[in-house]
Design a protein around this ligand. Structure first.
Ligand code: ZN
Length: 350
């Protein structure tokens, strides 16, 4: 039996300023979310659970006028419609996608470094801590690297052989320019077409693949993991995904506040069970887990936006007194593994 390394909690104040844009730009994000939902509801019905592949069951919940089903076999949360290739192309690389990527592109290098320090460095440090007894850190490919934050952070922390790939040419071009300014080799980044990803992973000699907020966006997660299973060079998978959690419950109550967890490009959500089952089927088991979420921050965001829109400003003032204990409240959820997201390192069993 192997023992899992656990970590719980992370202060929300590290990223409070960055996340503040979700409050100030609510209408922009809400509009985009509704645009994506409109397209999503035109897709064919989803027949199989995205995680376990079994038939979609009936138990239905609703959020922002989109319906979702909870899998009776693995507890995964599935939107009733499929995220087809057409849908994926439109929301990531098409017109909607270009609007989407802009939120990760900082206007200055200083802001880029700040975002990297606050959001991505902690993720890498957790990973590095696991490998601290090893002489050499593993070679790494960051799948869906977007604007390259995670790769930049990996290299900064001594993961020398690190590469990043993404299907968005625009984001990779942006990231390459940033890398030049940061004196990191831009050749570490590459654009891959949608149909090049699986062959790329199949032929990879890399020991560790990282998927930071990516697995939930893939329209072929099981196919992807099957390829990973077959390529025995890959020994570790580091995955960060949003989870079906309190954040989702809060979101389902406020139609005028945009969703960060369910909705938009998130057409399905993992639970601890659905994620681990899916990986276990492909011979990977959890060896390290970091549980922290933004559930309480999300709850407060909803109260704040809703109260602002209704000109109920004293409510926002009252909310301030609860903000002081936001980390304490969240930590209680994290310790019970009820967080809105998980960082988890999986290791190949054989
Ligand atoms: Zn399922």
């Amino acid at each position: 039996m192997s023992s899992i390394k656990f970590k719980y909690g992370k202060s929300i104040w590290d990223i409070y300023q960055i996340k503040k844009s979700f409050i100030n730009n609510n209408n922009f994000f809400l509009k985009r979310q509704n645009e994506v939902a409109k397209l999503y509801k035109k897709q064919p019905l989803r027949k199989q659970c995205k995680a376990c592949g079994k038939k979609i069951s009936k138990k239905i919940i609703k959020s922002h006028n989109v319906q979702y089903s909870i899998c009776i076999y693995c507890t995964h949360l599935n939107g009733l419609y499929d995220d087809t290739k057409k849908f994926t192309d439109a929301v990531y690389t098409g017109k909607i996608g270009q609007k989407y990527s802009s939120r990760y592109q900082e206007k200055s290098i200083k802001n880029y470094i700040n975002r990297q320090n606050k959001i991505y460095d902690p993720k890498v440090k957790f990973l590095k801590d696991f490998f601290k007894k090893r002489k050499n850190l593993p070679s790494t490919i960051d799948i869906g690297t977007g604007s390259g934050y995670f790769v930049s952070s990996l290299i900064k922390h001594g993961f020398k052989d690190s590469k990043g790939v993404d299907i968005s040419h625009e984001q990779i071009q942006y990231a390459k320019n940033v890398f030049k300014k940061l004196k990191i080799n831009p050749e570490n980044l590459d654009t891959l077409a949608q149909n090049e990803i699986l062959p790329y992973v199949k032929n990879s000699r890399t020991e560790l693949l990282t998927l930071i907020g990516v697995l939930e966006h893939m329209y072929y997660p099981n196919k992807f993991l099957k390829i990973v299973k077959q390529n025995k060079n890959i020994k570790y998978l580091y995955i960060c995904v949003p989870l079906y959690s309190l954040s989702v419950l809060v979101e389902s109550c406020f139609n005028n506040v945009h969703n960060k967890h369910l909705g938009g490009t998130h057409t399905h959500l993992f639970t601890e069970r659905s994620l681990k089952n899916m990986l276990k089927k492909n011979n990977f088991i959890s060896v390290a887990e970091w549980w922290f979420g933004s559930d309480i921050m999300d709850l407060f965001r909803h109260i704040e936006v809703f109260s602002m829109e209704n000109n109920n400003l004293d409510i926002i003032e009252k909310l301030e007194s609860y903000k002081k204990i936001i980390d304490n409240l969240q930590l209680e959820l994290d310790k019970k593994k009820l967080s809105s997201s998980i960082h988890i390192l999986f290791k190949r069993q054989n």
